[in-house]
Design a binder for this molecule. Structure first.
Ligand SMILES: Nc1ncnc2c1ncn2[C@@H]1O[C@H](COP(=O)(O)OP(=O)(O)OP(=O)(O)O)[C@@H](O)[C@H]1O
Ligand SMILES: Nc1ccn([C@@H]2O[C@H](COP(=O)(O)O)[C@@H](O)[C@H]2O)c(=O)n1
Length: 211
């Protein structure tokens, strides 16, 4: 009789586990230096593979632009200085956008950018997501700089597409973001892409990870 009673437990637990897994958001983090081409490639992935693209930088800029936003000034200061906004703000914006989209597959672009981002995300979202991999666009500083300056000259309107802000952004990238990439490398989650080629050539490499 006893055996009979317990026979059902394992399949039920397995079913529950499957249910929980499929309830999780599937995500890929997208990292790389300023101007490496993260946004450009994310748009192509969205077009071809139907992911939802959430850029942490875009969400922060949107929040900053909201009339009466409690965090507008703080965000503005960080963006101008190329420093990183506290994770509570960024993570809440990301989680809200994920919920609102009613979708399940996300490219999270420009996040996590430092240890605070990483720890805050793991605490708030760790149990709710399945991290597929970290897409890392590798691009030398001089190429990234030129792309951002060209973007500024073409009228991006971004307060940080200028040499003064770029120096600070690169400093943050090297000192705070690279250790995060190294952390994910140690977990064998990083998929490195050479971002120096043309957008279409880069995308040929990106595609291989999604097919
Ligand atoms: N492979 C590429 N070759 C040449 N130019 C590119 C390439 N990819 C993107 N660009 C251009 O470089 C600029 C920066 O690209 P993009 O906005 O995609 O970079 P990003 O990594 O998202 O930047 P940021 O982190 O500053 O938001 C844009 O003007 C874009 O058109
Ligand atoms: N996780 C993040 C991402 C971005 N920021 C701030 O926004 C600036 C612009 O980011 P882009 O990804 O659009 O280049 C960035 O320099 C930071 O000031 C952030 O704080 N946290």
């Amino acid at each position: 009789m006893k055996t009979c009673k317990f026979m059902f437990i394992r399949p039920v637990l397995r079913a529950l586990q499957t249910l929980t897994m499929s309830d999780k958001y599937n995500i890929a983090f997208v990292l790389g230096g300023p101007g490496a081409g993260k946004g450009t490639q994310c748009s192509k992935i969205v077009e071809e593979f139907g992911y939802v693209h959430l850029s942490a930088g875009d969400l922060l800029r949107e929040e900053r632009a909201k009339l009466g936003s409690e965090f507008g000034e703080l965000i503005e200061g960080h963006i101008k200085n190329g420093t990183i906004v506290p994770v509570e703000i960024t993570c809440s914006l990301l989680e809200r956008a994920m919920k609102d989209s009613k979708k399940n597959e996300f490219l999270i672009d420009g996040f996590p950018r430092n240890q605070d981002n990483l720890e805050g995300w793991n605490k708030q979202m760790g149990d709710k997501v399945n991290l597929k991999f970290v897409l890392f666009f590798e691009c030398p500083l001089n190429v990234c700089t030129q792309r951002c300056l060209d973007r500024g000259a073409a009228g991006s309107g971004r307060a940080d597409d200028n040499m003064e802000s770029l120096k600070k952004r690169f400093n943050t990238y090297m000192t705070a973001t690279m250790p995060i990439i190294e952390h994910y490398e140690s977990l064998d989650l990083v998929r490195k892409i050479d971002a120096t080629q043309s957008p279409d050539e880069v995308f040929e490499e990106v595609k291989k990870l999604f097919t």
